[in-house]
Design a protein around this ligand. Structure first.
Ligand code: GDP
Ligand code: MG
Length: 442
């Protein structure tokens, strides 16, 4: 990330929660960073707007600045956007042989190279029999290129027959794949320097002939705005099933990935990382997100800070419990922890003797809704009452329950739970501090 961005982020004042101004300041710089990373303007704009809504009002973790915290939020949102709902980034639909895979994209994007890389991958890693065919009738050298690649990686290529159209070659590839018992056949199409109708018609005709199980758009990861136009065009006119981003080994920041995903909604399946035949890997959204922001260290810093604070709080709480102190604030802390962890696995879960009570609380159906209501009850008490709930009189109980939108019976239940827990704490305190903690914290 640019020094300028780091500078601005550092200057943001530290507060309890992210203010509108904090978020706006940070996001203005994030937007510039996205554009510098080659994310297209409309995609960057939409993305920043989405993050703005998410970030405002979030609590700031101690020991990181609001700016850093915004970056973390931005990073997480990037990962989510890049990953979409695709859980199988590196998978191809090739289970009904012979499965046709159509490779499309502009000239020089890396189609032929990627065809070879994927063929090798399927052969080596999955034991598939793959046939590759070049449909690039415009440049005789292109067919030779694929044939040479095939020899190099030990994958068969369809013999070259001069004078055939791409559709005729596709037909022949299918015959050959069927007769030869291949699992997969890959159709490497010709590209153009830019989108044109002739190209689209040619590729559409091949698609209609081959009915591909996968249509992979190969895009140069170094291109920004152009990549979006390319993806939009290919997807609307041909229909793609996934994207391969090449040249991710270069200086580019991979903004094309975000644009691509946002515009087409199609999964990015692989990234190309060099000219060699094994320089390809499954798409990892975190890596690309880190690359777009260039701030991997900040993201992990924020994560560490959050972990550390949790450990600090837990330790403090344990010390109080050991002294037999357990007031409503402590109970609230426990309830919040339960909400976060989805059950009684918090600090209490680590203490001997608490298992039974934990189980009771679990069985009492303490789901998020109930927990939230209990926390609301505690919030309606004064500081003094929270420290010492015994002072609560009937009239105050009524007011507190009403303040939290509940019945006095609900409050009584909560107070009973607190008494039980406090008793337990006291007993354990008397048992001595030795042996209190089973595993130790932090
Ligand atoms: P096509 O016209 O789309 O078939 O593109 P080619 O496969 O012929 O690739 C064009 C050039 O890009 C070749 O020199 C490739 O070696 C190179 N290339 C392809 N993929 C990558 C990649 O992931 N990283 C790098 N550095 N170069 C690549
Ligand atoms: Mg080619």
């Amino acid at each position: 990330l640019s020094d300028r961005l780091s500078g601005v982020l550092d200057k943001l004042t530290r507060q309890g929660a992210l203010s509108d101004a904090d978020v706006s300041t940070a996001l203005r710089e994030v937007r510039v960073a996205l554009l510098e990373a080659d994310v297209s303007l409309p995609v960057a704009r939409d993305f920043v707007k989405k993050v703005q809504e998410q970030a405002t009002g979030q609590a700031v973790t101690k020991s990181v600045t609001p700016g850093q915290q915004v970056i973390k939020i931005v990073h997480d949102a990037l990962v989510t956007t890049l990953a979409g709902d695709d859980i199988n980034a590196g998978e191809l639909k090739i289970d009904s042989p012979p499965a046709p895979i159509l490779m499309v994209g502009l000239q020089g994007s890396g189609k032929t190279t990627t065809t070879g890389k994927l063929a090798k991958r399927m052969t080596d890693k999955m034991g598939k029999r793959v046939l590759m065919a070049s449909l690039d009738t415009r440049r005789p050298a292109a067919m030779e290129q694929l044939a040479v690649l095939g020899m190099q990686i030990g994958v068969d290529t369809l013999p070259i027959v001069p004078g055939q159209t791409p559709v005729q070659i596709a037909k022949r590839a299918k015959q050959q794949a069927t007769l030869g018992g291949y699992d997969v056949y890959m159709l490497d199409t010709a590209g153009r320097l830019s989108i044109d109708d002739e190209l689209m018609e040619e590729v559409a005709a091949v698609r209609d002939e081959a009915k591909p199980h996968e249509t992979l758009l190969v895009v140069d990861g170094l291109t920004g705005q152009d990549a979006v136009n390319t993806a939009e065009n290919f997807d609307s006119r041909i229909g793609i099933s996934g994207v391969v981003l090449t040249r991710m080994d270069g200086d580019g920041r991979g903004g094309a990935a975000l644009s691509m995903r946002a515009v087409t909604g199609k999964p990015i399946k692989f990234v190309g990382l060099g000219e060699k035949m094994d320089a390809i890997e499954e798409f990892h959204p975190e890596r690309v997100a880190g690359r777009i922001l260039g701030m991997g260290d900040i993201v992990s810093l924020v994560e560490k800070a959050q972990e550390q604070i949790e450990a600090e709080q837990a330790e403090k709480m344990m010390k109080r419990f050991q002294k037999g102190q357990f007031n409503m604030n402590d109970l609230k802390g426990q309830l919040e922890q339960m909400m976060k962890m989805g059950g009684m696995q918090g600090v209490m879960g680590m203490m001997p003797g608490m298992g039974k009570l934990s189980k009771q609380m679990d069985e009492a159906g303490l789901d998020d809704k109930v927990l939230k209501r209990q926390i609301a009850l505690i919030d309606s008490m004064t500081k003094k009452e929270r420290r010492n709930p015994q002072i609560l009189q009937a009239s105050r109980k009524k007011r507190i329950a009403a303040g939290a939108g509940m019945e006095v019976a609900d409050l009584n239940k909560l107070l009973k739970m607190h008494r039980q827990m406090a008793d337990m704490m006291k007993k354990m305190g008397k048992m001595g501090k030795k042996g209190m903690m089973r595993g130790g914290l932090g």
